[in-house]
Design a protein around this ligand. Structure first.
Ligand code: FAD
Length: 456
């Protein structure tokens, strides 16, 4: 018998000639909210686009990860996600989805189909179950990406490469710098989201807005201390986002934290998935026993993919920071504006009570307020022909906890795809495109880019 640990110190040199199967204008790695919007934007602008997605569907955390709802995409007065993100949500409403939480609960099945349709309508070459495994780069310029699918390894060659993997895989493989976690490397906990049935919702105010007010936020979690004492819950985790309404008797679960999970380490992810699947059965008992309305609730399924809130942050020409949130920053090169608070989930169970993150979390904007998203936060430092969008774009740790929500990822993705197309048209690096031209195009396509953001 061979102990796999004994082979740790051995190495193998791996070299293989593989086909360049596609040559395109724009390559997009990852088809979550950022990658979907990026591919659609570049495709609609007339570029040939190849989109590689590791999972079997588009949508990222909202589909494979079963995250049950979109956080708000307006500042109460303006539609901040007015482009492709809004189009996706409106299409889903028309098809009868998203009827709860002011129309923004996610029907994962519908989001998968809607994303497929829009991506294919934009002329994008879509390849599912296709992973970016390496990058061939020279002096900061990406020459090819190496992909793996069931047919084997192959390369895609493009003029511009967009990293929307959520982990910054493309940029890191090309040699870009990145940050991860706090000064000790600690990151926000993940959550294995889930689908539930048999819930009696009547009379409950289950809107996300209600959930953010402190007393209601604890409503499903009130009995946690008792359940820990009773031995029902094995981890004393006082922060329970909850089960959100998705249908007449169904709910989307954002319950239980996977502390210490690192999405750039498959051993860590495997352990977290196995452990969280076990712990979801504890929550099933918890809900049935202690939470009114859930007496007959049943856990239907957990997500295929671990829910990852935080991973690598690529070092870009600008790192959006907490101070930018406080000062409602305005940037000359902004590609959109956003307003979601710094929504931190603690790194350990001990810290997972409200006091730990209350100060930043509850520093919420009032109606009409927002902060700018500068184009520079999409430009990975040291890379000449790449852009990054989504939860791994250029931010500090605090701001990652704001920009990571899906509406903002759509905004960043659309901007990155549009910028990539412009750089192809002008035959220059994304860093050299005229930003005022980018802003004009984005504005024409629904982006919220007021002339004077201070006045809305
Ligand atoms: C538990 C949890 C709850 C959340 N709750 C909310 C909420 O209520 N509302 C909200 O708006 N947001 C919520 N979020 C945040 C939001 O869902 C994510 O931050 C958002 O989806 C990030 O979008 P993205 O496109 O950057 O990355 P992702 O959605 O993570 O998509 C990245 C995609 O890239 C693919 N990929 C990764 N690596 C590779 C590779 N090497 N090759 C090919 N493909 C690759 C992945 O399969 C995935 O499809 C939540 C997140 C979590 C984890």
């Amino acid at each position: 018998m061979t102990n796999s640990m004994e082979t740790d110190k051995q190495t193998v040199v791996f070299s293989k000639e593989i086909p360049v199967r596609y040559t395109v204008d724009v390559f997009v790695g990852g088809g979550g909210p950022a990658g979907t919007a990026a591919a659609i934007a570049a495709g609609r602008a007339g570029c040939s686009v190849f989109l590689a997605e590791g999972a079997g569907c588009l949508g990222g955390m909202g589909t494979a990860g079963l995250v049950p709802l979109y956080m708000p995409h307006t500042d109460g007065e303006h539609e901040l996600c007015g482009g492709i993100g809004r189009e996706i949500m409106q299409r889903m409403h028309k098809a009868g989805g998203g009827r709860y939480h002011h129309g923004d609960s996610i029907d994962a099945e519908l989001l998968k189909r809607t994303s497929d349709e829009l991506v294919l309508d934009a002329g994008v070459t879509l390849s599912l179950h296709t992973h970016v495994v390496d990058v061939h780069a020279e002096n900061g310029t990406i020459r090819d990406v190496i992909l793996w699918g069931k047919s084997g390894l192959f390369a895609v060659r493009a003029q511009v490469y967009l990293d929307c993997t959520g982990d910054g895989d493309v940029c890191v493989l090309a040699g870009a710098e990145y940050e991860k976690g706090d000064e000790t490397g600690a990151m926000m906990a993940g959550t294995l989201c889930s689908q539930w049935e048999g819930i009696r919702w009547d009379g409950r105010d289950d809107t996300p807005q209600a959930a953010y007010e402190p007393p209601e936020m604890l409503w499903q979690g009130e009995a946690i201390p008792q359940a820990v004492e009773d031995g029902v819950l094995s981890v004393d985790d006082r922060h329970l986002p909850g089960i959100w309404r998705t249908g007449e008797t169904s709910g989307g679960g954002n319950v239980g934290h996977a502390f210490g999970v690192d999405n750039t380490d498959e051993v860590s992810v495997t352990q977290a998935l196995v452990e969280q699947r076990r712990r979801l059965t504890e929550y099933e008992t918890y809900y049935r026993r202690y939470v009114p309305g859930f007496e007959n609730a049943r856990l239907v399924a957990s997500a295929d993919t671990m829910g990852i809130r935080e991973s690598r942050r690529i070092v870009c020409d600008y790192q959006l920071c907490a101070e930018d949130y406080r000062r409602r920053a305005v940037f000359p090169d902004e590609i959109g504006r956003f307003n979601y608070p710094v929504d931190r989930h603690a790194a350990t169970a001990e810290l997972a009570d409200h006091a730990a993150f209350e100060e930043e979390f509850y520093h919420r904007y009032t109606r009409g307020e927002s902060y700018g998203l500068p184009y520079r936060m999409l430009l990975p430092r040291g890379l000449t022909n790449a852009l990054v969008a989504g939860k791994c774009a250029g931010t500090d740790k605090s701001m990652q906890a704001s920009v990571r929500v899906m509406a903002c990822c759509y905004i960043m993705g659309q901007a990155a795809g549009t910028a990539a197309a412009l750089s192809v048209q002008l035959d220059c690096s994304p860093r050299q495109i005229p930003v005022d031209r980018l802003q004009q195009i984005l504005r024409a396509n629904g982006a919220y880019l007021p002339d004077n953001p201070a006045n809305g």
